[in-house]
Design a protein around this ligand. Structure first.
Ligand code: ARG
Length: 573
């Protein structure tokens, strides 16, 4: 199904083409956009101003010529030109209502399927073995999972790949630390924290004692050569770390189609370097092999160190070639924090030069500051996240107990889990990913603001309206009544419902789940004013059913939309 924005944008582009058949306006955005001020209409097009420059005509005259070409059909009820040349469009109530009925009947709730037949790989979370996940990995997990769900809603086949950091020089150091400093009780209690502790001690010894450092390097060489003892230790580090990571993924409701660490590509690294050499893309410099990226205005990138070891970029190159050969993806998206921007620019440039065909995209985000109390615990982030989620569930339970004192205790717990985890995820996803986020409980759990509990509560309230209708009017099937937009509040609600599909498209195109969160919040605010001002169960028969039907669509959109952010919607709160 096409979105209203797509339908209107196509009509506007056709009108521009008919008005100015000889001009090339292909570089301009002539799209219909949601109206900045609703009193002027539902959508607006700002293209006349930009086209005026190319056409060397006053923008208002351009707008007038375009408007003259716009079809007057049952879709557009009113077209007006405002200010310097804005074209404002008001939809016909009937067309809007029929569009909503089509959305309600559509399995995708009106979301187009541009991804049908296309495959994407999203590389996200990707923590490092034997190190606590840090906040950046948590954000990558939550944002990457939402991007996966959003792309799936658009028809893409998406493979989520957890590219664990499970290979590299640190393992020689860690093996020495493990053999010399391990506290078994601490390992049993908090495995990753203990691995981190012995690693830090061993790393210090490396700095102080050259013999220790040599020994660590020897252990690494043994590991790389397949020594059974060292292999077993390494596997144990992975198992212990994954057990902890998986516990977190389980709590967050996140899963992966592939969990391929860097070690998976180890055997391919020499071949990648050969390829770069044969293409003349790398040169020797002080014993290392280096790619110079002057054309791209990027600093040089080492692909093989002077000691023969390979680098992060080399592994990422091998990973792209392996993914291309095995999955033939139409795109690969990487989700990490902002500090890796240079790495991705360098490796994308090199991959392209080396013949990679797949469009590669790096989605980066700023850091998130956690509440004060949590930052002062000396535990690893995994434990901090556990504490954060525990606290979220505890606080959510208070909310649920207040809202539904009569609910059985185990149901209250289950709802509190959905609300607490949802609140933490939404606090992250509702922000522009590229700004630094400060997490506060007040904002995350605000019942009257842009928060998961607010949206979840709106959903639950609507579910109860629909139940009440079924109880009171068991013989009136609201599904059979046409949707009528007979109050200004219903109309505002309808416009927002129709924008859901565009919000999903925009969130995917700009890789920003926050655009979807914004649209859902906007929708629930419009619903709130509808709910407060428009009677439904007390309205006349027919109108009543039409309004209940509108409620049902709001509920479906909120439920689907929150699911795309990885957030559950309990039927009662
Ligand atoms: N393990 C890396 C880190 O913790 C993130 C890996 C991101 N993915 C990738 N293909 N480079 O910083």
């Amino acid at each position: 199904m096409q979105t209203l924005k797509e339908i209107l944008s196509a009509q506007i582009r056709a009108a521009f083409a008919a008005a100015f058949p000889d001009a090339d306006l292909s570089a301009l955005s002539l799209d219909a956009l949601p109206a900045a001020d609703e009193s002027f209409g539902d959508y607006q097009c700002n293209g006349a101003m930009a086209a005026a420059k190319i056409l060397r005509r006053p923008p208002r005259a351009v707008a007038e010529a375009v408007v003259a070409q716009l079809p007057t059909d049952d879709l557009i009820a009113k077209v007006e030109i405002a200010g310097p040349g804005f074209i404002n469009l008001t939809l016909a109530d009937g067309a809007l209502a029929r569009h909503l009925e089509a959305i309600q009947a559509d399995a995708h709730l009106g979301v187009p399927q541009p991804g049908a037949g296309k495959r994407l790989i999203i590389d996200y979370s990707s923590p490092n073995v034997a190190k606590p996940m840090h906040v950046a990995h948590i954000r990558s997990t939550v944002i990457g999972d939402a991007l996966k769900r959003i792309h799936r809603a658009l028809g893409y086949e998406v493979l989520g790949d957890n590219h664990l950091g499970d290979w590299g020089t640190q393992f020689g150091i860690l093996i020495m630390g493990y053999r010399n400093f391990l506290d078994s009780a601490a390992l049993a209690a908090a495995p990753v924290d203990e691995l981190q502790r012995v690693y830090v001690l061993s790393h210090q010894k490396c700095e102080e004692d050259p013999a220790w450092k040599d020994q660590a390097r020897a252990e690494l060489v043994k590991l790389q050569a397949g020594d059974p003892d060292n292999r077993a230790l390494w596997q144990n580090f992975i198992d212990l770390s994954l057990a902890e990571f998986n516990r977190i993924y389980g709590r967050l409701g996140v899963s992966f189609e592939l969990v391929r660490g860097e070690s998976f590509y180890n055997d391919a690294l020499p071949g990648v370097v050969e390829k770069l050499l044969s293409l003349g893309l790398v040169r020797e410099s002080e014993g290392a092999l280096v790619a110079f990226l002057e054309e791209e205005k990027l600093p040089p990138c080492i692909v093989r160190k002077s000691d023969g070891g390979f680098n992060y970029a080399t592994t990422d190159l091998a990973t792209v070639f392996s993914r291309e050969a095995e999955f033939r993806p139409d795109g690969i998206v990487y989700v990490t924090d902002e500090r890796q921007q240079l790495h991705f620019r360098q490796f994308f440039a090199l991959a392209k030069k080396a013949g990679a065909q797949t469009p590669l995209r790096h989605i980066w985000f700023g850091l998130m500051r956690l509440p004060e109390g949590l930052l002062s615990t000396r535990k690893g982030t995994a434990i901090k996240l556990d504490l954060l989620l525990d606290e979220a569930e505890k606080r959510a339970l208070e909310l649920v107990k207040q809202a539904s004192p009569e609910m059985p205790a185990d149901q209250q717990q289950a709802v509190a889990r959905a609300v607490g985890i949802g609140a933490v995820k939404y606090a992250d996803l509702s922000q522009n990913p590229q700004s630094a986020v400060t997490f506060t409980w007040e904002k995350a759990l605000a019942m009257d603001g842009n928060s998961a509990p607010y949206l979840q509560y709106a959903y639950a309230r609507i579910a109860s309206v629909i139940d009440k209708h079924a109880e009171r009017f068991p013989d009136c099937d609201w599904r059979r009544e046409p949707i009528a937009l007979d109050a200004p509040q219903s109309r505002r609600l309808a416009v927002r419902l129709a924008r859901f599909a565009d919000a999903v498209l925009d969130a995917a195109e700009q890789e920003k789940p926050s655009l979807l969160a914004d649209a859902l919040y906007d929708l629930s605010q419009a619903y709130s004013s509808f709910y407060q001002n428009v009677p439904f169960l007390k309205a006349d028969a027919g109108i009543r059913e039409s309004r209940v039907r509108l409620c049902d669509l709001v509920a479906q959109v909120l439920r689907r939309g929150l699911a795309l952010l990885g957030i559950d919607t309990p039927d009662r709160i």
